[in-house]
Design a protein around this ligand. Structure first.
Ligand SMILES: [Zn+2]
Length: 461
């Protein structure tokens, strides 16, 4: 039985009482938390590996509810394009990406998330369909090897100008059944599968109903982009027979519900918020990405007032050039304040919950992760508080939301396994991975007729 003892530290438990414990300790045995409390009361375990966390904060690992690691190689490309034009460039790059490069992109994306303290992520995955390739297998292998906790949300599209990204609904049924059998619940539950349409206009209503039925049959969740911008609602009106707005479309297709995550929710009406609330559908905010694209942002407070469960996401590394959920917290508060001219619109305490326990609830994992509580899976991070930008921290929650950043994370534990120690990965050679990714990126960009000049210099090619 492996054991890990982290002490002495300030503990931000995110439990129901929101206990903060000064001079505390956490004992991890195998995959689970065995003790959380004052350091003086921790059970003696002479075999435990000790992490000296003096001057640090221990808190639950963050939950990144929406990203696209499959697009990692496109980081910094098209940053001044419109969103849908950028997507075309990203798809061209993915078309030129082989499975070896995809594995490296996914692995790097996982490491970036872990380094920022995101112990759980939802990978909204799409990729060109090619004979004899199962790209989701490649992504799952990278997630397995990285040590991160992940849900691969497999995106489906049955119509698109890019024919190689398309599959029939029958093909989706077969592929999802195969993947569920191999990966859903793999690594003792660390890896999971969900599904959903990539965008609301790449499927018809009947296909959405089929996806819902498939998810129900295999007991999988659903995950999808919803109303990212006004342009999205215009696209829906163009491609569907009735001029429904996005949430109304999902309602009529039977796709709303507690096991569905609606990501982005930027251009949403009050009626749509009511539909989300009635169906108890969780939403995922990615405010820095909304601002990155300049497409508007959700006002957030109406979602809170309606009682919705809210998670946070970063969106993909190529969609805002980062994976820092601390940034998501800060931008969420800032945009909520701006939208309502109300400085209390989204408080620091609530947004910390969105990044941890509430985000875990949004993806159906709050019984296992999201707080430091005995019996839960040991997903936790330490944060170095002894830094200029975190001193003084008169209000710990405010310091985490408004001053901290992903680079302040020192240690990362996922499922009881020490992944990052004093900012060094324990199992993976990060320097070698960076070199390999740079080489793979140059290969993919050249194949896509994109200019890899800067990255070629980085890769020394
Ligand atoms: Zn997205």
């Amino acid at each position: 039985m492996s054991a890990l003892l982290i002490r002495p530290a300030t503990l931000l438990t995110m439990n129901h009482a929101r206990d903060v414990i000064a001079d505390g300790a956490v004992l991890v045995k195998d995959r689970r938390i065995a003790y959380v409390g004052p350091a003086v009361g921790v059970p003696v375990d002479h075999n435990a590996e000790v992490i000296d966390a003096g001057g640090k904060l221990v808190m639950p690992g963050l939950v990144n509810c929406h990203t696209h690691l499959c697009m990692t190689l496109g980081r910094t490309i098209g940053v001044e394009q419109r969103l849908l034009d950028w997507l075309e460039i990203g798809m061209a790059l993915m078309r030129a990406t082989d499975q070896g490069a995809l594995y490296l992109a996914e692995l790097l994306g996982c490491l970036e998330n872990l380094r920022n303290g995101n112990t759980t992520l939802v990978e909204n995955f799409f990729f060109p369909r090619r004979p004899n390739e199962v790209p989701e297998e490649t992504a799952f292998r990278a997630m397995r090897d990285s040590g991160v906790r992940a849900i691969l949300a497999r995106a489906h599209q049955s119509r698109n100008q890019a024919a190689d990204f398309v599959e029939s609904i029958d093909e989706q049924d077969r592929a999802v059944a195969d993947l569920a059998a191999r990966w859903h619940g793999a690594e003792d539950g660390r890896l999971r599968l969900s599904l959903g349409p990539l965008l609301p206009w790449v499927v018809d209503v009947e296909e959405m109903r089929r996806s819902r039925a498939l998810a129900d049959r295999l007991e999988l969740g659903m995950h999808m982009h919803v109303a990212e911008s006004p342009a999205f609602n215009r696209m829906i009106a163009r491609h569907h027979p009735q001029p429904w707005r996005n949430v109304e479309l999902l309602h009529r297709a039977g796709c709303l519900g507690p096991a569905t995550q609606a990501a982005a929710v930027s251009d949403i009406s009050d009626t749509e918020i009511e539909l989300l609330a009635e169906s108890r559908t969780p939403v995922v905010f990615d405010p820095q990405t909304r601002l990155f694209w300049g497409t508007g942002f959700p006002s957030i407070k109406p979602f809170l007032d309606a009682g919705l469960t809210c998670g946070l996401g970063t969106n993909g590394p190529a969609a805002n050039c980062g994976q820092d959920l601390f940034e998501s917290m800060k931008y969420a508060c800032a945009t909520a304040k701006t939208a309502t001219d109300d400085p209390t619109a989204l408080g620091r305490s609530r947004v910390l919950a969105m990044a941890t326990i509430e985000g875990a609830r949004a993806i159906g994992l709050d019984h296992e992760i999201g707080s430091l509580e005995v019996g839960k899976r040991a997903d936790l991070i330490t944060i170095d508080l002894s830094q200029p930008h975190l001193t003084p921290a008169a209000d710990l929650e405010a310091a985490l939301v408004y001053s901290a950043r992903g680079s302040d994370v020192r240690d990362v534990v996922v499922d009881g396994r020490l992944i990052l120690r004093d900012r060094r990965f324990q199992q993976i050679d990060e320097a070698a991975l960076l070199r390999d990714v740079a080489t793979a990126a140059v290969r993919s960009m050249r194949a896509a007729d994109l200019d890899p000049v800067h990255i070629a210099a980085q890769a020394n090619i």
